[in-house]
Design a protein around this ligand. Structure first.
Ligand SMILES: [Zn+2]
Length: 75
């Protein structure tokens, strides 16, 4: 049995890199997971303390990759 919480709007969260959704907080067995509300297969943080910064890092990394991609043209 798990509970899902909305993350306070004052807390900055990157949107899910897969679908653009704002993440939610899941509480299960006294451990928190920051996860995508739409699909459990999208990135989620390890169960434990609320780790929004890890979520932000992982979901931002993809954007950086996209931005870098065109730069890596072989001449
Ligand atoms: Zn998602």
């Amino acid at each position: 049995m798990s509970q899902i919480y909305q993350i306070q709007s004052a807390i900055f969260c990157e949107p899910c890199k897969e679908c653009g959704a704002r993440p939610v907080l899941k509480l299960e067995k006294s451990k928190y997971t920051v996860m995508c509300p739409n699909n459990p297969n999208h990135y989620s943080t390890k169960p434990g303390l609320t780790d929004v910064s890890d979520w932000n890092l992982k979901n931002k990394a993809h954007k950086v990759f996209e931005k870098d991609a065109p730069v890596q043209k072989a001449s």
